[in-house]
Design a protein around this ligand. Sequence first.
Ligand SMILES: [Fe+2]
Length: 204
Amino acid sequence: MSRMPRREFLKHSAMYAVCVSVIPPLSYGETDKELVVDPCKTTADILGPVYRAHAPFRSDVIPPGVNLPILNVSGTIVGKDCRTPLAGAIIEIWHADEKGDYDNDSPAYNYRARWKVDQTGIYAFRTNFPGRYLNGDTYRPRHIHLRVSGKGHRELISQLYFKDDPYIETDPWASRPEAMQRILTLSQVKTDEYSVVFDVHLTA
Ligand SMILES: [Fe+2]
């Protein structure tokens, strides 16, 4: 695995700013500043600089020989009517390892995977917890990157976060109001095994 040099990361951080600026603004309520979140639309987040195409199709993302707490990530991909599973949709995830490093070049594509859903729309990945890495002077919270596409729908690029992560507040992206729907509560399944459920709503 290789770690992105700081200079390279900062260069890509500037690219982040460009990405963020093209995300459409969210609407606010008339009477107060309460954010109106559309439950039928999963909000977007930045792609980040370490996306790799051609990740393998697999449900078990844990590299061979790794014995760390398990994180199950599952949900249903739903289409623009907000309820019908979107058969044939593809969901892709990638995240850092426990040290905060991404696999940017190995043929193993560690902690990178795709899944094509059937008519149930259900996806399920079995992985480990992402580590944190520095972004400037502060750590990015633990996060999983997502890319989801389905026929007749707009591609979604986003990220998942975890409740009570102390670095959410200082993160430029996790702290945005539209990220709230993607800050997930962990359920403990058994010793050293946890799960989160996240349904993805694509739009036209
Ligand atoms: Fe990341």
